[in-house]
Design a binder for this molecule. Structure first.
Ligand SMILES: *[C@@H]1O[C@H](CO)[C@@H](O)[C@H](O)[C@H]1NC(C)=O
Ligand SMILES: *[C@@H]1O[C@H](CO)[C@@H](O)[C@H](O)[C@H]1NC(C)=O
Ligand SMILES: *[C@@H]1O[C@H](CO)[C@@H](O)[C@H](O)[C@H]1NC(C)=O
Ligand SMILES: *[C@@H]1O[C@H](CO)[C@@H](O)[C@H](O)[C@H]1NC(C)=O
Ligand SMILES: *[C@@H]1O[C@H](CO)[C@@H](O)[C@H](O)[C@H]1NC(C)=O
Ligand SMILES: *[C@@H]1O[C@H](CO)[C@@H](O)[C@H](O)[C@H]1NC(C)=O
Ligand SMILES: *[C@@H]1O[C@H](CO)[C@@H](O)[C@H](O)[C@H]1NC(C)=O
Ligand SMILES: *[C@@H]1O[C@H](CO)[C@@H](O)[C@H](O)[C@H]1NC(C)=O
Ligand SMILES: *[C@@H]1O[C@H](CO)[C@@H](O)[C@H](O)[C@H]1NC(C)=O
Ligand SMILES: *[C@@H]1O[C@H](CO)[C@@H](O)[C@H](O)[C@H]1NC(C)=O
Length: 849
């Protein structure tokens, strides 16, 4: 068993240390940057030729160029399963000259992305001048169409351009003329050329988004009939766009300090990536300032409504039973919404238009045909043509609304994401989106509601016919509220929980199961059988034991049984409420729960590699993690916490960040667990009373001062960071007095400027990365500032950890200094801790349990 574990661990280690291994493998071959015809290459992943890339993708190099700085490789690029390969060009960077090192390369051009090849495919540079890619059975996949031309060879230039050149060294064909979704420094995008984004991160086929240069300058749009544009630069003074050091024509780019490329992403963003710290990081999102979070065509999918970056569906709040749209996937609202009833063209009498006021649409200012008419004419124009799925309408001059003329009417044959424009920041103002729906109820229920109300939206009734009064009735009830969707979900959850609590056992269960996206309610018997009568215990936490189990579909689960009453009841509700309604890759997912007599159980996703504490203090257990894994775990925790603090509809403070509450899945992704102690705070709520929460050793000093903010989590996170880097517990009673407390060593070593002494010495890889580890410790020190206002927010930390922002350097290493009470700075959430005095002393003195 021990041997097996060691073996598995060795495999794990080697995959994490892949970077250094791939440098070895690349050294064996001396790649050329030019090949002369005839030549041919086979897509075969022999060990010596393989270089692993990001996400487990594999590169089989053919030509290599660049020894100091940006480096390019052309070759076969295959996904992890090896069933999808393209011939393409990748960009990377060498660390220093003569370094045969190819790490984290990114694909910037490919020949056959819509038509991937498999292993044993061949690339041939034929005698007749053609460059041909064929599958192993001989089927032609791609060709440069240069047959009959005088081609001497194929070269990869130092700009990353793949060129077929002639006897006079002239270019006959080049990859720069056939861009896919990326641009390299020096590359031009001319009239007639476009970048097509990939379908998704995993499917490299071209998707529907395009970026092209035309008479209006640079424009980005989604292919549809007709295309719908979401960005246009509007200047036509450039014959082409060229990616230079520092600019893409009128768009400014940070100067390149190393390899850099522009990528048109599957979501429509146009991002610049820059090599930093051994990988590519995003340095700027070029279209964002113009387009905005909600202005991308597919940000919330078809018929999705985007509100400050959050997605929902079109809601008809006045008439709940008439819901025209439903979410495609409750857990992923950004996939968009689908019609409950499709539009039948042969029954156009039953078509009505939902009138969404205070909304906008990304293509409202686009080149789509605009017609000048009033609102009513616009409506009938859309209703009279079945291929019209929605209309956009606005008056440039509000006075025209009285005359019912001179409005702008745009018809859409396909509806992508709609923008909530309640705060009226997107011109043109007062745009109304009119979405066509199939009304199956109109005739059956018309008598009951025909007289109920008169339309307030009809300022003129000149054109109203009998069918348009039907329309107006439907329109009446239509307002949408995207945020309300989220909030109502939480409320719904709360109400259900209350009903569960009030209900006796016999009504156990069924209604909650019907709510997709919310945790499932299980019966106690079911959980008992799923866990084989609670036989496999995974661990024991502060509030109860955790058992392993299996769902009927084979998914492994962890079942937590809460024991005790009072406090447990609170924490049970808190967990179900909080975790059930939020989803993030770095937060442990709550699958279900059970509430039965005295039993309170929570069902979580199973985390194969247990809690972090088992991994960081395990020097002797030969389980100590390499640097990359530690850095990733730290970043993961930061992302999870940033989400809790800033991205949910409520601000959520965890209050108990410690290694025991960080879990690792089979791929060593870290997820924050145990929200039992967390506190849900309305975003506009400024202070909250709470009793003392958390674990001694991880408590921020401001607990003494009774001013508590989300920065207590930042402090605990700082401690956890230190523990991860140093590979030891915060307090270690086995050490001599002056080394018992990690923070006192930290202070001492910082004064001596010998922080490197603290880095975990049980792991060779940590010693290799000692400089990075010390930099990380300085970030931890920032989190540990005793004045909480000096600590960074979690979202800022995420940026710092991603290398996008420089960390604060003016730090105070006297962490134990009690914090200053008067710092009730504006903008901070303030929580008043009650009963501090009575609770503080014993716990603060007793150290970790
Ligand atoms: C590259 O990845 C493959 C498949 O995941 C693996 O078998 C191989 O050992 C890796 N190679 C290196 C050098 O890490
Ligand atoms: C580089 O070119 C030389 C001469 O053309 C050839 O012998 C060698 O195999 C090439 N190397 C690779 C890795 O293709
Ligand atoms: C590729 O070719 C090798 C021998 O040339 C053969 O052993 C292997 O099975 C082939 N792979 C596939 C997927 O056809
Ligand atoms: C071919 O042209 C490139 C620049 O385009 C130049 O660097 C190289 O030296 C030339 N080679 C020959 C043989 O003329
Ligand atoms: C990849 O995307 C293309 C274009 O959207 C689509 O036609 C194709 O089915 C997708 N392939 C997979 C495997 O999903
Ligand atoms: C880009 O310009 C900056 C100065 O503006 C310079 O330091 C850097 O080396 C340039 N990068 C490249 C790749 O030329
Ligand atoms: C639209 O926004 C205005 C303020 O911009 C507000 O007064 C009005 O109530 C909103 N209408 C709806 C239906 O939300
Ligand atoms: C309906 O709209 C489509 C697409 O916009 C157009 O091609 C067609 O001519 C229109 N039909 C009528 C009857 O106006
Ligand atoms: C938008 O509509 C409101 C009332 O409907 C009006 O007061 C306001 O002036 C309009 N804004 C513009 C820019 O037309
Ligand atoms: C970590 O998880 C993987 C995947 O389930 C497993 O193979 C491995 O044994 C785990 N490691 C340990 C030490 O439990």
């Amino acid at each position: 068993m021990d041997v097996k574990q060691r073996l598995l661990y060795a495999i794990f280690l080697s995959s994490l240390l892949l970077s250094s291994m791939s440098s070895l493998t690349a050294q064996k071959e001396n790649y050329n940057s030019t090949a002369y015809l005839p030549a041919s290459w086979i897509n075969q992943a022999s060990e010596s030729l393989m270089i692993n890339s990001t996400g487990g993708n594999i590169v089989i190099p053919i030509l290599l160029r660049g020894s100091d700085g940006p480096r390019y490789v052309c070759g076969f690029y295959c996904n992890m399963e090896g069933n999808q390969c393209v011939f393409g060009v990748l960009i990377s960077q060498s660390r220093r000259s003569n370094d045969e090192y190819l790490q984290s390369p990114e694909l910037v051009w490919s020949a056959n992305r819509n038509n991937p090849v498999h292993s044993n495919a061949t690339l041939q540079l034929r005698q007749d001048g053609d460059l041909v890619l064929a599958n192993s059975d001989g089927t032609l996949i791609w060709s440069s169409h240069t047959r009959g031309k005088l081609v001497s060879g194929l070269k990869l230039t130092k700009m990353g351009n793949l060129v077929l050149f002639g006897p006079k060294n002239e270019s006959i064909w080049e990859s720069f003329d056939h861009p896919t979704d990326s641009l390299l420094l020096g590359q031009k995008l001319g009239p007639g050329q476009k970048l097509r984004a990939s379908d998704s991160a995993t499917n490299w086929s071209q998707g529907r988004l395009s970026l092209a240069v035309g008479s209006n300058g640079l424009s980005a749009y989604i292919e549809s009939d007709p295309p719908q544009r979401y960005y246009v630069s509007g200047t036509n003074s450039y014959p082409f766009y060229e990616f230079r050091n520092g600019s893409l024509n009128d768009l400014t780019i940070p100067p390149a300090s190393g390899a850099q490329f522009i990528k048109f992403e599957p979501d429509g963003h146009l991002k610049v990536y820059q090599w930093r710290d051994m990988r590519f990081v995003e340095v700027i999102d070029l279209l964002d300032p113009y387009v905005g979070d909600c202005g991308y065509p597919m940000v919330c999918g078809n018929y999705g409504v985007c509100s400050k970056g959050q997605c929902g569906c079109i809601e008809t709040t006045n008439d709940q039973e008439k819901s025209y749209f439903s979410q495609i996937n409750f857990r992923q609202p950004n996939l968009g919404c689908s019609r409950v009833t499709p539009i039948f063209c042969d029954d156009s009498r039953d078509h009505t238009l939902l009138e969404l006021t205070n909304t906008s649409y990304f293509a409202v200012d686009s080149s789509l045909d605009k017609a000048n008419m009033g609102m009513e004419d616009c409506k009938s124009k859309c209703l009279s043509n079945c291929s019209c799925k929605a209309a956009l309408f606005y008056y440039t001059d509000q006075r025209d609304s009285v005359l019912e003329s001179n409005g702008n009417c745009l018809l859409l044959n396909e509806v992508f994401s709609i923008i909530n424009n309640e705060d009226n920041i997107r011109p043109p103002y007062n745009t109304t989106v009119l979405v066509k729906v199939q009304d199956v109820y109109v005739h059956s229920s018309s008598s009951s509601s025909s007289s109920s109300s008169s339309s307030s939206s009809s300022s003129s009734s000149s054109s109203s016919s009998s069918s348009s009064s039907d329309i107006k009735q439907t329109i009446l009830g239509c307002t949408f509220a995207v945020l309300a969707c989220v909030v109502s979900l939480i409320c719904y959850c709360l109400i259900l929980l209350r009903r569960i609590l009030e209900d006796s056992e016999e009504t156990e269960g069924h209604f909650l199961n019907q709510l997709p996206g919310m945790p499932t309610r299980y019966s106690y018997e079911k959980l008992k059988s799923m866990t084989e009568d609670f036989s496999k215990k995974l661990g024991q936490g502060g509030f109860g034991s955790v058992y392993e189990g299996v769902l009927s579909d084979g998914t492994k689960i962890a079942v937590k049984c809460l024991d005790g009453s009072g406090q447990v009841k609170d924490s049970f509700l808190a967990e179900v409420q909080i975790i059930g309604s939020i989803h993030h890759v770095n937060l442990v997912k709550l699958i279900g729960f059970c509430f039965h007599k005295l039993h309170r159980l929570l069902v979580y996703e199973y985390m194969a590699n247990g809690s972090l504490d088992k991994w960081i203090c395990g020097g002797k257990n030969s389980q100590s993690l390499p640097w990359n894994a530690r850095r990733r775990i730290i970043t993961d925790i930061a992302k999870g916490l940033a989400y809790l603090h800033e991205d949910c509809s409520h601000k959520i403070i965890h209050f108990d960040i410690k290694p025991q509450n960080i879990l690792l899945d089979q791929n060593f992704n870290a997820k924050v667990a145990d929200f039992g102690l967390s506190k849900l705070v309305e975003k506009d709520q400024s202070r909250v009373n709470t009793r003392m929460r958390g674990t001694p050793g991880y408590l921020a000093p401001e607990w003494l001062s009774s001013v508590i903010t989300e920065k207590v989590d930042v402090y605990s996170f700082g401690i956890v960071m230190l523990e991860i880097i140093c590979g030891r517990k915060n307090v270690d009673w086995s050490k001599i007095e002056e080394d018992k407390h990690l923070l006192s060593i930290f202070k001492r070593k910082a004064e001596e400027e010998r922080l490197q002494d603290m880095v975990d010495k049980n792991n060779l890889d940590m010693l290799i990365h000692v400089q990075e580890a010390v930099e990380m410790m300085e970030i931890a020190a920032w989190c540990l500032q005793s004045d909480f206002t000096k600590r960074p927010s979690m979202s800022l930390l995420v940026k710092v950890l991603d290398g996008l922002v420089a960390p604060e350097t003016n730090l105070d290493y006297d962490f134990t200094k009690p914090s200053v009470v008067e710092t009730r700075a504006a903008g901070h959430l303030v929580i008043e801790a009650d009963n501090i005095a009575s609770q503080l002393l014993p716990s603060a003195l007793s150290g970790p349990r």
